[in-house]
Design a binder for this molecule. Structure first.
Ligand SMILES: *Cc1c(COP(=O)(O)O)cnc(C)c1O
Length: 479
């Protein structure tokens, strides 16, 4: 009797062609395409079919069928969800390695998008009507700004250092200070890269002191180059001595050896203009006479991931001919972005408003205080305004002074005074809230300080503030 009933129940399941004739499935097909929709419809039906033996009454089955549409919609939305998303960075760490380092510029991106839709003259010389140079779009500009004779760009600075050492030093000795045998993070260690390049690493001096004589004494007829590495992510203090660029260059000239430098962050602007410690600029290194300088595209330069190599033409030519160059070649996106980026660098005041990293580092305290005030108002309206929530009257939301950092292994140990918004209140578990905020549709990443939430506004754009307030509201509402 039971089984017979159930057999009838199976007949309640709709046929696929009936389902596909309905408007809601047509709409889903329009959004997701036919085969993912059919597969989701089948899976949903299959699940109901499998559950039928467990149902007590036909009402349970009818209810499952009523839920069917919603389930299929949810399943499709879930499989279609993008894992890689934009996040709001409220940490105040400008070059946050885990959050994509230098944020991109909307203005530059929209220009780049136009160039990249369809074909481009990436490697085509429009005047001559024949093959052109991938690096030709920006090489002259980089040289004009940095004072270099020539340049080459590869995928990142780690690759740039490897290529430079391989092209100049394979099978020969390269001399480096023990105080500059650094690890940058992400397993990038100078000694490992040197060994991988095929050059013989000759270490001189000690961790805290290296003199130019140490280099001089280590030079043999097998020496190919002198290497300097910017110790970008740490500071040693006390009884220390490092070799000045000019001393190393003088020694290189005397012994007819090229001086190579891994500058790390590669800033083009004197940061002391913004009240920060001056990092050596690319121009400084070249002016001092360094033969080849490498630096990152997505640190203080504020561009895409890239490793930029500038310096003397004879050495750049050597690098261009090395087989590794092809293996480390940049794509058209990087080429297009770099051209536009360096255009903006021709005028510093334009660069400061267009390149997010520079805009964030150069933001004045008044500007940050105003932005913090704006966020504070938005949060207060959302959390304690008319829309009564359990938090109404329970939270202290205030503008506070805070300290941001450059991050990305630049300006080690240095903090930059700025402003933010602090939220605290009884029953507010900051660790829990930060976790909820990470899971929102527009995740917000922030710090917790002394039992409160801190939103540093240096790394938030004005347009992001309403979105941030909305996400905080949602995270707390579901508490
Ligand atoms: C960051 C850094 C690197 C690595 O640069 P990527 O662009 O991340 O590959 C190499 N050397 C120094 C000194 C750095 O600071």
């Amino acid at each position: 009797m039971e089984t017979k009933n159930r057999n009838k129940w199976y007949r309640q399941l709709p046929k696929m062609d009936e389902i596909l004739a309905q408007d809601w499935t047509k709409e889903l097909i329009h959004i997701y395409g036919r085969s993912p929709v059919i597969s989701a419809l089948r899976k949903g039906l299959e699940r109901i079919r499998e559950e039928i033996p467990g149902y007590e009454t036909i009402e349970e089955l009818l209810e499952a069928l009523e839920q069917y549409q919603l389930q299929v919609q949810n399943a499709l939305a879930l499989t279609n969800e993008r894992h890689f998303k934009r996040v709001h960075n409220a940490t105040g760490v400008v070059l946050h390695t885990n959050l994509g380092r230098a944020p991109m510029s909307e203005k530059i991106l929209s220009e780049v998008t136009q160039k990249l839709l369809g074909y481009s003259n990436l490697e085509y010389d429009l005047e001559a009507g024949k093959r052109g140079e991938r690096y030709g779009h920006f090489a002259q500009r980089i040289c004009a700004i940095t004072g270099a004779e020539d340049c080459l760009v590869v995928n990142n600075n780690a690759a740039a250092v490897l290529l430079m050492l391989a092209a100049i030093g394979t099978g020969k000795e390269v001399i480096v200070s023990r105080g500059e045998q650094v690890e940058i993070g992400g397993k990038f260690r100078i000694p490992d890269i040197m060994d991988q390049s095929g050059c013989r690493r000759v270490e001189v001096g000690t961790t805290n002191k290296t003199r130019v004589e140490d280099y001089a004494e280590a030079i043999t007829e097998d020496t190919a180059a002198l290497l300097k590495v910017h110790t970008s992510n740490f500071k040693i203090v006390g009884f220390t001595q490092t070799v000045e660029r000019s001393e190393l260059v003088a020694l290189g000239r005397e012994k007819r050896l090229p001086v190579l430098e891994d500058l790390g962050s590669g800033v083009l602007v004197d940061l002391s203009k913004y009240g920060l410690t001056k990092e050596p600029t690319v121009q400084d290194s070249l002016k001092a006479g360094v033969d080849l300088v490498t630096f990152s595209g997505d640190k203080l330069l504020g561009g895409p991931q890239a490793g930029i190599i500038v310096g003397k033409k004879c050495y750049i030519d050597k690098l261009k001919k090395h087989p590794l160059t092809r293996a480390m070649r940049i794509d058209k996106f990087t080429a297009a972005y770099l051209e536009t980026l360096f255009c903006y660098y021709q005028d510093l005041s334009v660069a400061e408003c267009t390149i997010p990293v520079l805009r964030m580092l150069s933001a004045s305290e008044e500007e940050l205080k105003t932005r913090a005030g704006q966020l504070q108002r938005l949060l207060s309206e959302k959390l304690t305004g008319d829309d009564q929530t359990r938090w109404t009257g329970q939270l202290d939301i205030s503008v506070v002074a805070c300290e941001s950092t450059a991050g990305g292994g630049s300006l080690p140990g240095e903090t930059i005074p700025g402003y933010g918004v602090r939220i605290e209140g009884a029953g507010l578990h900051p660790e829990h809230v930060t976790e909820c905020l990470r899971r929102e549709t527009e995740p917000v990443i922030l710090r917790t300080v002394d039992g409160g939430l801190l939103f540093d506004v240096r790394t938030l754009e004005d347009e992001e503030l309403p979105g941030v307030a909305e996400q905080v509201f949602r995270a707390l509402r579901d508490f």
